[in-house]
Design a protein around this ligand. Sequence first.
Ligand code: SAM
Length: 289
Amino acid sequence: MIEAGQLVLLISNKGKRYLRKFEPGAEVHTHDGKLLMDEVAEAGFGQYVRTHLGRSYLVLKPTLHDLIKGVKRQTQIMYPKEIGYLMMKLGIGPGSTVIESGTGSGGLTTALAWFVGDTGKVITYERRADFYKLAGKNLERVGLADRVEQVNRNIEDGFLHSGADALFLDVRTPWEYLGAIPAAVIPGAMCGFLLPTVNQVSDLLRGLEAGPFAEVEVLEILVRRWKPVADRLRPDDRMVAHTGFLVFARYMEPPAELEPEAAPLPADDDADLPDADEFGDSTDGDGDE
Ligand SMILES: C[S@@+](CC[C@H](N)C(=O)[O-])C[C@H]1O[C@@H](n2cnc3c(N)ncnc32)[C@H](O)[C@@H]1O
């Protein structure tokens, strides 16, 4: 049984999707006729229901991927392929506090709010009032607004918050705001950036090199889908070839004064650690750090 307030994804046999919160007594007016939400709730997830015209709809519990797909957008939103990796790199999980800008349509904000759970917080800055409002509606629609603090402000004027565990910028000129990061995050916090062109990545790298940042990583993520046909298995004809470059760096406070160098560990002490290569990390161990 589906409970009041729970999100429900309804999919027609032609693939038309409706994302709704279950409210007792409510109706959904689809292209195939009317669906009674009480009947949907009674049927439960994974079951089929019929409209008053007899057309069947599948009732599903939406995944985060479904929620992102359903974001009403007036800006480019981030793709799931980048979102998945950045959550790991930024260490986002239940209880995390993360600062983000710009909010845009709230695609990434939705994902961050999902991962920080009930005990975490997403603080998102957007300079445009129209996008600020749109993202608010998108978050409300999927029931995640209470995990998000929206700020309608240009980050040119700095962040109003401090002590965040992580920070992510999806803005055109992030290098202009690097100076505001130290006051906003804890020392050692992971920071991430999404940029569509290599020129922007170079400008950002110059800014990061000037410090105080370490462990800089630049990458792009390519996903090649395959036609899932067992007897004629092969890649799809088309793919999304470019979305953006991801850049990560850790904010490191400069040391107050240099400590004398610690004695090296005995050779055995790190014998159980996996090789950096196991993680595909080509910047480790090549002697140029
Ligand atoms: C590409 S959109 C972000 C999309 C978002 N990551 C998503 O997944 O939906 C970029 C947003 O950054 C906002 N923005 C750009 N510069 C900004 C600044 N200096 N301060 C605040 N917001 C800014 C823009 O108005 C725009 O809405």
